[in-house]
Design a protein around this ligand. Structure first.
Ligand code: FES
Length: 447
């Protein structure tokens, strides 16, 4: 993909006067009619992530992305490109493969037809003798979808028309051009079935207003105070909160200490004990950290900082890419959160958590942020779990995402109340309504 260089100025993500004021009604979260409209006008039109390019390095390597009742294969070609095909045999429609693996050709288990990795039929039983229109080999092809790569992710689109991936993501490729995203290693990989509509995940990641209540462990480490963070949104529906990774001055740990920030300062040879006040520790310490990182990144093996700017090496742009992908860009990590609808029940979704870390010379373990300390290597398989009120992922108890999932299930319950008519949002939650308005645009054909 050509990287854009110019980033259009964002709209103010704290200014609701940019919006129409569409209501966020409860039925959006449980109505089967609304879910059908989303399938017809959103999911079949937008770009989806099939997986990481690192999962399919060699020709014939493939991965399958099942989305609602559809299934798509992304497969590496001989020339190094990646193409996407419907996972539906051109003979009678059989779903042929699942998971991530490698093939010389796709072998349908029903009648034995074989499809090349370029999607062309290579073999059909009785091909020469039993087809009145002639041997279909070399003529039939699997249904192909548009496929493109950005950020180390393979994307596909079920619609032949509509925006290119670059247009769809605008301005994300330009905004994040300094991060070597394709080098990030996925060290934790979960798909968790949750009793909530998929939109709660986007809602939740579109604001940090809940953090002080729901995630008390965060403010001592990431300053999400309303006037510290920057709230931005762009016309395509994408938005972000840029949060300084320094202690909040509003929520101070008991006694004023802060082990996480202190450890970060020490890691970069800054003495956390030299500051006279907590304000100095947080604000000057953060500036000293920037200076130390700019000076020492190469020596300490943080080669991914090479093109990152002063903000990117210490801060956290928490970014929602319309409609269902969120990436937290941290100096040393990328965390992808994604929600996808359940194929039959709008009151359920699949919550994907991919914790990725940039390799640092000499490191064998990394703090994955959302899933704890992990070995620095690609995890081979996705952990499929059911949240089950937290019982399905005990190892994530107390983590930020776990707390979010608990909230999502209770939000889902609240949407059925006759007492709920619309959200009453603070300014810093403007992006929630913006998300729903852009969704309405797609559903009503204005997307
Ligand atoms: Fe695939 Fe018949 S359905 S070979």
């Amino acid at each position: 993909m050509n990287q854009q260089t110019a980033v259009p100025p964002p709209m103010d993500g704290r200014d609701p006067s940019n919006l129409r004021g569409d209501k966020i009604t409860g039925d959006r979260y449980f109505s089967k009619d609304f879910a059908q409209k989303e399938w017809d006008h959103l999911w079949t039109k937008i770009w989806h992530i099939a997986g990481r390019t690192a999962d399919i390095p060699e020709a014939g390597d493939f991965m399958v992305h099942n989305f609602m009742k559809e299934s798509v294969i992304a497969v590496r070609q001989e020339d190094g490109s990646v193409r996407a095909f419907y996972n539906s045999c051109g003979h009678r429609g059989m779903r042929m493969v699942d998971g991530t693996s490698s093939v010389a050709s796709f072998h349908c288990p029903y009648h034995g037809w074989k499809w090349g990795i370029d999607g062309v039929l290579e073999y059909a039983q009785d091909g020469d003798v039993d087809f009145r229109k002639g041997n279909p080999c070399g003529k039939l092809k699997l249904g192909e979808l548009r496929c493109a790569i950005w950020g180390g992710f393979v994307w596909y689109c079920m619609d032949d028309d509509g925006p290119t991936l670059e247009e769809f993501l605008e301005p994300m490729p330009a905004l994040y051009r300094n991060y070597p995203m394709d080098t990030a290693v996925r060290v934790a990989w979960y798909r968790i079935e949750l009793d909530a509509n998929w939109k709660f995940v986007t809602d939740n990641f579109s604001e940090s207003y809940h953090t002080r209540t729901a995630h008390p462990q965060v403010p001592p480490w990431i300053d999400q105070d309303v006037d510290s963070a920057r709230h931005e949104m762009w016309p395509k529906g994408h938005g972000r909160t840029v949060q300084p990774m320094r202690p909040s001055l509003s929520d101070r740990p008991e006694g004023g200490g802060n082990a996480m920030f202190e450890a970060e300062l020490r890691k970069w040879d800054v003495d956390p004990g030299k500051y006279a006040t907590y304000e100095d520790f947080a604000l000057q310490g953060w500036k000293d950290l920037k200076a130390a990182k700019q000076k020492l990144w190469k020596e300490k093996g943080y080669l991914h900082y090479e093109h990152m700017n002063d903000e990117e090496i210490t801060d956290s742009p928490h970014t929602v890419m319309f409609p269902n992908v969120t990436i937290s860009f941290l100096p040393d990590n990328l965390i992808l959160f994604r929600s996808e609808p359940h194929p039959a029940d709008p009151e359920k979704c699949y919550f994907d958590l991919w914790c990725m870390a940039f390799p640092v010379e000499g490191q064998t373990e990394v703090e994955s942020i959302m899933a704890g300390v992990k070995p620095l290597r690609e995890v081979p398989e996705c952990e499929h779990r059911v949240f089950d009120k937290g019982r399905g992922i005990p190892e994530l108890a107390g983590q930020i995402v776990y707390q979010d999932m608990e909230l999502a299930e209770n939000m889902q319950a609240g949407m059925h109340s006759r007492g709920y008519k619309d959200a009453y949002l603070s300014d810093q939650e403007t992006r929630i309504r913006f998300f729903h308005e852009v969704l309405n645009d797609w559903i009503e054909g204005r997307g």
